[in-house]
Design a binder for this molecule. Structure first.
Ligand SMILES: C[S@@+](CC[C@H](N)C(=O)[O-])C[C@H]1O[C@@H](n2cnc3c(N)ncnc32)[C@H](O)[C@@H]1O
Length: 352
């Protein structure tokens, strides 16, 4: 392709990007992935459309589009007609079926239902700025933001991501010296369980609102590492933080303005012993804020949905340093989250 054709393709791919989302959203809502998960083998389009009560030709075209996108695999294909049978791919089996422990289907559904409203209004939001979010919070469609974490379906949808990627956060740094880790705003514990599995000598606690903590027990995984995670109810702005030598805070600081982030980081600093640490895991912008794509998406998502913003590694470093943390190390390049580890100065430097 010539340079010009490539540039045209960039624009066309962006223009048509929502079509890919619609193919995924629709296939999931129609129950295609769960149907194939429970079927004895690959299924034809007519058997699938009969089971989900849809038009056969339209269903065949949707299934073929899924095969083109890697969501389904087409097998036993008749070379003349192009007809065949459909089965799950490794990705759709792992992430789009209700039976999978790593199911991201809830997360997909939240984007295809609740979040389509604020995103449809991006133009208005950019024109109006924070007034848009304030107005959203006053009308009914945005009740979802108020009920988000008291609604278990939404809560489970959100925990899908740390269930899948939490091992990366646990191994972003060697945390083996820390013996009492506390995941601040750790929800029902998906990241805490990864920390407990990665660090067998550590006791891991989760500090979150009482409405969240009260449903956490139902989601405890089997295994010794599951038993090493405890849940402590409380409000991290109002109550004392549980004692720990490492505070972990994942996808939570982006919900808050700089003042509140400083309040929370100060509280962590005050509660830690000398030499203790804080590990931040967030969608992290490059220092020049030209990437990565995932951080830009969530930066705008935070703006639209009443959170605050994504920040760069340097911005987190500045905030941590302001409240007294030292030895700040930024590792921002992993997908989807970047990581920052900082310490409360150890004894010898405190005496200097
Ligand atoms: C965006 S979620 C992130 C959850 C989890 N860390 C993750 O990465 O999936 C923010 C979490 O902070 C909790 N939270 C919000 N405000 C809180 C507060 N004032 N005190 C304690 N937890 C709070 C919420 O209940 C929720 O579990």
């Amino acid at each position: 392709m010539t340079t010009m054709e490539n540039e045209a393709r960039l624009i066309l791919d962006l223009t048509e990007g929502f079509i890919k989302s619609q193919i995924l959203f629709t296939s999931l809502k129609l129950g295609i992935f769960d149907l194939l998960d429970t079927s004895a083998g690959p299924m034809t389009a007519s058997r699938i459309s009969e089971a989900i009560r849809t038009d056969t030709d339209a269903t065949k075209r949707l299934l073929d589009a899924c095969a083109g996108l890697g969501l389904l695999q087409k097998v036993n294909v008749d070379k003349e007609t192009g007809d065949g049978e459909y089965q799950l791919t490794r990705a759709s089996r792992a992430f789009l079926t209700s039976s999978s422990p790593t199911n991201l289907g809830g997360y997909v559904k939240v984007f295809s239902s609740f979040y389509k409203f604020p995103w449809a209004d991006l133009r208005k939001a950019v024109k109006e700025g924070p007034a848009f979010v304030t107005r959203q919070n006053q009308d009914n469609t945005s009740d979802i933001f108020k009920i988000f974490f008291s609604n278990q379906i939404l809560m489970d949808a959100m925990t899908g991501l740390p269930t899948v990627f939490g091992a990366k956060t646990a191994s972003a740094f060697d945390l083996s010296e820390f013996r009492r880790m506390c995941d601040i705003g750790g929800c029902t514990g998906p990241l805490a369980y990864h920390l407990a599995a990665a660090y067998p000598k550590a006791a891991v606690s989760v500090f979150d609102l009482s409405e969240v903590v009260k449903v956490a027990e139902d989601r405890r995984p089997v295994g010794e590492h599951g038993q090493r995670v405890s849940f402590i109810p409380g409000d991290f702005f109002r109550d004392p933080l549980p004692p720990a030598d490492l505070y972990v805070v994942c996808r939570t600081l982006h919900d808050f303005t700089e003042d509140k982030v400083l309040t929370l980081l100060t509280k962590m600093h005050d509660s830690l012993p000398l030499g203790g640490g804080v590990l931040i895991a967030e969608y992290m912008l490059d220092d020049d804020k030209t990437g990565p794509e995932v951080a830009h998406k969530y930066d705008l998502h935070m703006f639209l949905t009443g959170g605050d913003r994504e920040r760069s590694g340097q911005e987190y470093k500045r905030l941590l340093t302001m409240v007294g943390f030292t030895e700040v190390t930024v590792r921002s390049s992993s997908y989807p989250l970047g990581h920052v580890l900082a310490r409360k100065a150890p004894k010898y430097s405190a005496r200097l």
